[in-house]
Design a protein around this ligand. Structure first.
Ligand code: LR7
Ligand code: MN
Length: 576
């Protein structure tokens, strides 16, 4: 794995078994590693942008070909009804070449109508719902850096075609210093003719998506701001469920279900309606199965709004005044990353509600890697943003992040005093409150006795995940004192956990595996006997013992005895 790698995954699988189980790796996760960790200087020279902000307002002239074609007219075109696009064999080389420009199949996207039809993917019950007759108006804010023409304009057209005109105030495109000519005057001329007021703002220099969104928000004249990524497709009825929740409570931040537009074929693939947003110790946003308590709160109605601990970040509606009241975004965050968790924690901790409206469905092109540069370095930027996030919002739990990912300690958060003042001013609750009331299933445990290395008294070796994955044996190796793979939490639920993995033994002489934490005791329950310094497995009554020479790198389960090989010290001596 590259350093600074981070994961992005697709939300499109039916979840597996237990509460808070990560949606299965094999089915849906795609590792997202960021290329372009160039460390190069900020890119400023753009082909067309004159610097400063230019704005264009639409004229009223409407050309026939701009009108949405009916399904009939586009029949036979690739991708209609959200179907996958097949690239002819003789075009595969071109396809591969073009893929690199955006890290998705541009050739496929270019073959699909800007108005392509989609199936109505909503749950039955959603189609029958009636919403308040007076919903607020919204402005759509779409930020982009070097987006492709067809994905950007298909996003815009899907908004125009599938939103009630009375609710749609305007569409604001924020160009974050793109370097593609067609995103200059050509784009302005095009949007000027759209049937909905649409204009282009430009950041003076590369600002990152966070500050680009702040610029867009400043120009919003609707009552609600709706943010979208620049490669989305909104489906029938997507907007009303979002706005309706804000009418009920203006402190609600509402996301659609984010369906998957395949980066390979542009097929529209529905996502599970039973996943919500969480995060791991590295502060990667992840999808997890909605626990049964939340299903019960919704009376098992799959069309009812779902309270989610965190959001993916790109697609949501928020009351405009509330957006500013609650502290908009952290302007100190650059390019990409962290702002979605920052806003999630902030909204919950400061009196708001974060929801997914399952009757609202919007497709998004999920990519496996990012096509654009991170001026200043990918890792540095993401770590910087996360440092700001943890310093302001995570309280004691920031140690989970730093100890598990020690490289992050090098990053500087910069000055976060404004954000801390905001937290005070809004009288926000603690992260403990958040874990207790919003996210008891969190991988960062609410109550824990210990966080650090677990050292064998005899051998000066430490338990070590060795970077292994699910269902593999836990390792043991020389204590390096740097955290990372040697950091474990001993929780009040008596788990010994590292991120989403828990020490787990299924039989009385081992092995001791690392299995996804299920929070249900069983094979994952361990009692630390502080006197004897035993780590005793409840189900089998056996004790954890250091490795012998034969099984050099894995600890064993053996009948409890008084040898030093079964004594474990939980007293961190980290070197940072
Ligand atoms: O410097 C930049 N300037 C920009 O304007 C970098 C990016 N951008 C734009 C970019 O063109 C795109 O429109 O910002 C938008 C998001 O960037 P993507 O699409 O390259 O990244 P992503 O889809 O992985 O982004 C997800 O995580 C981000 C963390 O900062 C943001 O919160 C994105 O909005 C978010 N996208 C979604 O939530 C869609 C679902 C993805 C998931 C999970
Ligand atoms: Mn995106």
């Amino acid at each position: 794995k590259r350093s600074g790698e981070f994961d992005v995954e697709l939300p499109n699988a039916e979840p597996l078994v237990d509460d808070n189980q990560l949606v299965d790796d094999n089915e849906i996760n795609t590792e997202k590693s960021l290329d372009g960790d160039s460390g190069s200087a900020v890119i400023m020279g753009q082909g067309f942008a004159s610097g400063g902000i230019s704005m264009t307002y639409p004229s009223v002239s409407l050309k026939k070909w701009f009108l949405a074609p009916t399904v009939e007219e586009t029949k036979g075109k690739p991708g209609e009804m959200g179907k996958p696009v097949k690239i002819p064999a003789d075009m595969k080389d071109l396809m591969k070449e073009k893929f690199k420009e955006n890290q998705f199949n541009l050739l496929a996207s270019d073959m699909i109508s800007l108005n392509r039809s989609l199936t109505d993917v909503r749950h039955e019950g959603c189609r029958r719902k009636h919403y308040a007759s007076k919903l607020p108006t919204t402005s759509i804010v779409i930020v982009f850096h070097n987006e492709a023409w067809t994905t950007l304009l298909r996003t815009v057209w899907s908004v125009i075609n599938r939103s009630p005109r009375a609710l749609l105030k305007e569409i604001i495109l924020v160009d974050d210093a793109s370097e593609r000519d067609f995103l200059g005057k050509q784009l302005e001329d095009y949007v000027a003719k759209l049937p909905v007021r649409t204009f282009v703002l430009r950041t003076e220099k590369r600002s990152g998506l966070i500050r680009a969104r702040l610029l867009g928000a400043e120009h919003v004249s609707g009552e609600v701001i709706t943010f979208l990524d620049a490669h989305c497709e909104c489906t029938e009825g997507w907007l009303e469920p979002l706005l309706a929740r804000i009418v009920q409570n203006r402190r609600t931040v509402v996301c659609p279900i984010i369906d998957v537009i395949s980066d390979e074929t542009f097929e529209y693939i529905t996502a599970s309606d039973s996943t919500w947003g969480g995060f791991n110790w590295k502060l990667n946003f992840r999808w997890y199965r909605v626990p049964s308590r939340e299903m019960a709160r919704r009376n098992n109605d799959r069309t009812a709004p779902l309270r989610t601990p965190t959001m993916a970040g790109g697609l949501f509606s928020i009351d405009k005044d509330y957006f500013y009241e609650i502290g908009s975004y952290d302007e100190g965050m650059d390019i990409w990353g962290g702002e979605n968790l920052e806003m999630s924690f902030r909204v919950w901790m400061c009196g708001g509600v974060l929801e997914i409206a399952p009757c609202s469905r919007v497709g998004h092109v999920f990519r496996k890697s990012t096509p654009y540069t991170f001026p200043g370095g990918t890792t540095e930027i993401v770590n910087h943003n996360n440092a700001r996030l943890v310093e302001v919002w995570l309280d004691d739990w920031k140690e989970f992040y730093y100890s598990f990912y020690p490289g992050a300690r090098k990053a500087s958060a910069g000055d976060v005093s404004d954000r801390k003042d905001l937290r005070d001013r809004l009288k926000c609750k603690s992260f403990r409150w958040y874990l207790e009331n919003v996210y008891p299933e969190s991988l960062m445990p609410l109550d824990y006795y210990y966080l650090g290395e677990i050292r064998n008294a005899e051998t000066e070796t430490c338990l070590d995940t060795m970077g292994r994955k699910y269902n593999e044996k836990v390792g043991i190796s020389y204590c390096h004192g740097l955290g990372g793979n040697q950091v474990f939490a001993y929780t009040k639920r008596q788990q010994i956990m590292s991120d989403d993995l828990c020490l787990d033994a299924a039989s009385s002489n081992g092995p001791v595996n690392m299995v996804r934490c299920h929070n249900m005791g069983g094979n994952q329950e361990w009692v630390y006997d502080a006197e004897e310094k035993w780590i005793r497995h409840t189900n089998t009554g056996q004790c954890l013992q250091r490795a012998t020479r034969d099984d050099a790198n894995t600890p064993l389960l053996r009948p409890c005895s008084y040898g030093k090989g079964q004594q474990w010290l939980m007293e961190s001596k980290f070197k940072w």
